[in-house]
Design a protein around this ligand. Structure first.
Ligand code: NAD
Length: 261
């Protein structure tokens, strides 16, 4: 229970990788500020289920990660409930797949806002209290797409490359303050985000569902296996330990060898 006196705020933690981060940190005793797009009754059930399962305190924030004022409110709510955010995990993200000359303007803006700018806003708001405490962990969910591109994902690839740059910059700014800033770069993880992009990829590449899974998604991954949400969460947990205090400014691949190729 090495996180018993810590509070973690995780954007986009109602499903997939974000929920796995929440569960892994809760298991080590951290109180949580969770967030995502979810009907209020479902969010309340998730909140109370986590509290009961792990014996911790959980606040749910419905902040929309496209709205800077709501993002600042997400951090403020956590600080009001728990005093400070010790561990900030930027994870909310969406995908859209289309050739760039057909890419909807509003999808570009939405992906840059959720997948990149929201991390700027949360970090900006949470850092002063971390500096005061002289301890902090900031973990951004990047992607193999922080290193390499795939066609038809212009906004996503741009946002994830941006996350790697933001991670390095903030790491340098706070290097002497006891705060580490890293990004985790998963390959394909089977979550609703991946499942939802299959129909669009089928259309963009004129393929069947099986072809998209085997010839597009798993084709990129030398292990021919999806990464699991638990494996991604275990890496985040390690970054929160004292053993990881010299790891900062890194974007760490967990991608079955994808970016080694
Ligand atoms: P997911 O769809 O399961 O979860 C996305 C989360 O973001 C949900 O909680 C959702 O409610 C939240 N969200 C979406 N829009 C939001 C908004 N406007 N405001 C607040 N919350 C919002 O997806 P996932 O696969 O778990 O993705 C999580 C992160 O991991 C993303 O940043 C994604 O880019 C990254 N990632 C995923 C994969 C993968 O293969 N699944 C690979 C690499 C990186």
């Amino acid at each position: 229970m090495f996180l018993k006196d810590r509070t973690a705020a995780i954007t986009g933690s109602t499903s997939g990788i974000g929920l796995a981060y929440a569960r892994a940190l809760a298991k080590e005793g951290a109180n949580l500020v969770i967030n995502g797009i979810m009907p209020p009754a479902d969010a309340e059930k998730l909140r109370t289920d986590l509290e009961q399962e792990f014996g911790i305190k959980v606040v749910f924030s419905p902040a929309d990660m496209t709205k800077p004022a709501e993002i600042a409110g997400f951090i403020a709510e956590g600080e009001k409930a728990f005093g400070a955010i010790d561990i900030l995990i930027n994870n909310a993200g969406i995908q859209y797949v289309a050739p760039i000359d057909e890419f909807p303007l509003e999808k570009w803006d939405q992906i840059i806002a959720i997948n990149l700018s929201s991390a700027f806003h949360t970090i900006r708001a949470a850092l002063p209290k971390m500096k005061e405490k002289g301890w902090g962990r900031i973990i951004n969910t990047a992607s193999a797409h922080a290193f390499v591109a795939s066609p038809f994902k212009s906004a996503y690839v741009s946002a994830k490359h941006g996350i790697a740059g933001l991670t390095k910059t903030v790491a340098l700014e706070v290097a002497t303050k006891g705060i580490t800033v890293n990004a985790i770069a998963p390959g394909y993880v089977w979550t609703p985000l991946v499942e939802k992009q299959i129909p669009d990829t089928m259309k963009a590449r004129n393929m069947t569902k099986e072809q998209v899974i085997n010839d597009v998604l798993l084709d990129a991954q030398p292990t021919k296996e999806f990464v699991t949400v638990e494996q991604v969460a275990a890496l985040a947990l390690f970054l929160c330990t004292d053993a990881a205090k010299s790891i900062t400014g890194a974007t760490l691949p967990i991608d079955g060898g994808w970016t080694a190729a």
